[in-house]
Design a protein around this ligand. Structure first.
Ligand SMILES: [Zn+2]
Length: 415
């Protein structure tokens, strides 16, 4: 974009500068650029995009003098990145783009509604590709000396807390949803309290109080998180509050989540590759970090969720193969790669220890193994070193902090 603005300003400058104005130097200050109309027209006819009007519009708005061209498209069902790269004659860039996509794993599974912004340089090579993932996330690939580098830009948006409270009529689901609590929060609450409360036993007039933290990006609702809930039936009070360790506890401080398990596999498997930020590629000698832990396990070995959570992604990627992403609260995400089978669906809530997949050898993999990653706030950490709540008991210091927070939230709820 910037290059067009600069080019346009430059053109205006050249046009606006009076040619007969006496110059202080004998050399011309600027050399006028010859407009190569043939080439521009040629490019317009060569370029095929989803909507040809987009291309013509782009050229009309930004007179293209440098040979650089920009192409924008909103993806339709069935569209792939490869399709547009080949239409623009830059399909050969795909393998290097996929290597750069190793962290974010987005190019292999683009979805309808996402956007692509492709920039070609004067020689017709792919210089930049921007994938608009959703209203909050944009993934940019920029050409480097050896391939592409990827950078994910995330809009922080705005978080605000909101209390949703009311009487139950019909069911908790219907009443709370009518009262604008999101379905994902409702199913989350049902899952948190499932071992303590039979939701179908709730009666008309029973009360609920929920504090949610809602994120808006550019004014649009993006996601929410349950901070605390109290459900009062005639005879009992049920509660769940989020602690800063990412787990939920009842108001007395007794754990509702199951504790995390250390490994997604049962039994002992050979650790074939450690988490290593300085790993050198055996052939090229270049630094190629390994962001996960690999266990050599025969195809079909059961894979278990290491904690309670929700299925964020079920995808297939040329390098990662069949893979699964689980989200455990707002901070933690785990990834399971090169699978042969995935047994859960996107959006499904899973429990610690639940069988979620079978290991495999899909994607770029030289032998049957599980590649397991642990992300904290989007940053990849060593899964074997991460400190997680392995017990649902809180120590005294945590309990004190937790109870102070519960008091604060109950005030918000007006309970
Ligand atoms: Zn690996």
């Amino acid at each position: 974009m910037a290059i067009f603005i600069i080019a346009t300003l430059f053109l205006l400058f050249v046009i606006a500068w009076p040619s007969d104005k006496p110059s202080l130097t004998t050399e011309p200050m600027v050399k006028p650029i010859a407009l190569d109309m043939d080439r521009i027209l040629q490019q317009q006819t060569d370029t095929v995009a989803q909507d040809p009007n987009e291309v013509i519009k782009a050229h009309a708005e930004f007179p293209d003098m440098s040979g650089v061209s920009e192409h924008f498209v909103t993806l339709q069902p069935g569209d792939t990145v490869g399709k547009f790269l080949s239409e623009l004659n830059v399909y050969s860039a795909l393998p290097e783009l996929l290597v750069a996509d190793e962290k974010d794993l987005r190019l292999g599974n683009v979805m309808p509604g996402q956007t692509l912004n492709i920039t070609l340089d004067a020689e017709g090579r792919l210089s930049k590709l921007v994938l608009g993932i959703d209203i909050a996330n944009k993934l940019t690939f920029t050409a480097t000396d050896d391939g592409y580098s990827a950078e994910l830009f995330t809009e922080p948006g705005e978080w605000s807390e909101r209390v949703i409270a009311g009487d139950i009529h019909g069911s908790f689901n219907i009443s709370a949803n009518k009262n604008s609590l999101s379905m994902s929060s409702i199913t989350h609450i049902a899952k948190l309290l499932e071992n303590r409360l039979k939701f179908r036993n709730l009666r008309a007039g029973d009360k609920y109080y929920v504090v949610v933290n809602e994120q808006r990006v550019k004014g649009e609702f993006y996601q929410d998180e349950v901070l605390g809930v109290i459900i009062k039936s005639r005879s009992n009070t049920y509660s769940a509050f989020l602690h800063d360790d990412g787990n939920y506890y009842d108001q007395a401080g007794s754990g509702l989540n199951k504790a995390y398990r250390k490994s997604p596999l049962n039994g002992k498997f050979r650790l074939s590759s450690h988490f290593n930020l300085k790993r050198k590629h055996p052939v090229t000698g270049k630094i190629r970090p390994h962001y996960g832990t690999d266990w050599a396990a025969p195809i079909g070995t059961p894979v278990y969720s290491i904690g309670d959570g929700v299925v964020e992604r079920v995808e297939n990627h040329p390098l990662a193969g069949k893979y699964l992403v689980l989200k455990h609260g707002r901070q933690y995400t785990t990834r399971y790669l090169h699978l042969s089978k995935i047994l859960v669906r996107k959006g499904e809530r899973v429990s610690m220890g639940q069988l979620v997949a079978k290991t495999g050898n899909t994607g770029r993999s030289t032998g049957a193994h599980l590649h397991f990653e642990f992300h904290i706030n989007g940053r990849r950490v060593n899964p074997l070193k991460v400190k997680l709540p392995y017990s649902t008991e809180m120590d005294a210091a945590n309990l004190k902090r937790f109870k102070a927070n519960v008091l604060k939230m109950k005030k918000q709820m007006g309970v």
